[in-house]
Design a protein around this ligand. Structure first.
Ligand SMILES: NC(=O)c1ccc[n+]([C@@H]2O[C@H](COP(=O)([O-])OP(=O)(O)OC[C@H]3O[C@@H](n4cnc5c(N)ncnc54)[C@H](OP(=O)(O)O)[C@@H]3O)[C@@H](O)[C@H]2O)c1
Length: 294
């Protein structure tokens, strides 16, 4: 976001969307939190609302209490990927969200979904929500092979495929019922821009729903007949029950039904650690979430 200028129109401005910490003060109308509570939150770019600082101000609906056993580092890895995964299912697939109070209870229920980029934070969050919301659907993913054991044993995908395999399309189709292909693809990393062959993994007689995350680049063009929907976290207000999204996360954490999407790497302490972390991200990360302890 900093490098591409998204939501950063002038400087100085404090960045940072993910974070966790202790509630210091609450406003008079706040009901769910008290000073001292350990929480994760959804922050927003801005001088008071961003997470890359020691104190910030967020709305009550953007906050979730974390269980005692959770570290702040784990909790800080949750926010954006969880929120965007809610959008992938609720906005991209337009599927039911049974874990969300007052959320959609009906919608698209694909028999099989391929998640492109299961080793990204978003992809791993999407897989977790698919398992919760669409327990009858087969869930497949692509990534580098070194992450497949984690995706199968920890996140619960049915099958994981090497993202660069020349037989990827055939292998995905073979894993579906009757070898027909998948009903839906959730593209968590913008892979469709360079892997246009992946659209051949759709069941040609199925709904061919392609949910693509907004990466900051142009929308990915799709073949005729593919039903493409762009999703992004900022569109959360379009989802029925959106005001309960962090309350739902709190419930999932309490019940042990949701975990940090990826293994964590603590890359530094204090504000200089943020620069270190951002520089590592610029070089590319693979299957891990970087955290800085301020
Ligand atoms: N608009 C929004 O609201 C919003 C919100 C959140 C994220 N995003 C976007 O969503 C994308 C993912 O974000 P993130 O933070 O979750 O990413 P991330 O964790 O940094 O993603 C890194 C992973 O991407 C995987 N990858 C890259 N190209 C791939 C391909 N062709 N096929 C399969 N996997 C591939 C890599 O896999 P391997 O190392 O396994 O090869 C790597 O593990 C980014 O483009 C981000 O900008 C948008």
């Amino acid at each position: 976001m900093i490098d591409q200028g998204h939501r950063f129109t002038s400087w100085p401005l404090v960045p940072g969307l993910d974070g966790a910490g202790v509630v210091d003060q609450v406003g008079a109308a706040v009901e769910r939190f008290s000073p001292g509570d350990r929480v994760a939150a959804l922050f927003a770019p801005g001088d008071r609302s961003a997470s890359y600082q020691e104190f910030s101000v967020v709305k009550e609906t953007s906050v979730a209490k974390i269980p005692d056993a959770w570290s702040f580092e784990s909790a800080a890895s949750l926010g954006v990927s969880y929120l965007t995964a809610v959008m992938a299912l609720g906005g991209g697939l337009q599927s039911p969200l049974p874990f969300l109070e007052n959320g959609p209870t009906t919608g698209f229920v694909p028999s099989s979904v391929l998640v492109l980029g299961g080793s990204s934070a978003l992809g791993a969050a999407v897989v977790q929500l698919l398992r919760l919301s669409l327990p009858g659907s087969r869930v497949f993913t692509t990534s580098s092979p070194k992450h497949h054991a984690y995706q199968k044993q920890v996140l619960g995908v049915d099958q994981a495929f090497p993202r660069e395999s020349p037989s990827l399309v055939d292998d995905v189709k073979s894993a579906t019922e009757g070898g027909c292909g998948v009903d839906a693809i959730i593209d968590a990393v913008g892979a469709g821009a360079t892997q246009s062959k992946i659209f051949e993994a759709f069941n040609k007689d199925g709904p061919k729903r392609y949910a693509q995350v907004w990466t900051g680049d142009d929308e990915i063009r799709v073949p005729d007949g593919v039903d493409s929907v762009l999703f992004r976290s900022r569109d959360l207000p379009q989802i029925q029950g959106h005001e309960n999204v962090m309350k739902a996360l709190q419930g999932l954490l309490e019940d042990g039904k949701y975990r940090p999407p990826l293994p964590l790497r603590v890359v530094g302490r204090g504000l200089p650690g943020l620069k270190e972390g951002l520089d590592i991200i610029r070089g590319g990360v693979s299957g891990e979430k970087l955290v800085v302890n301020l």
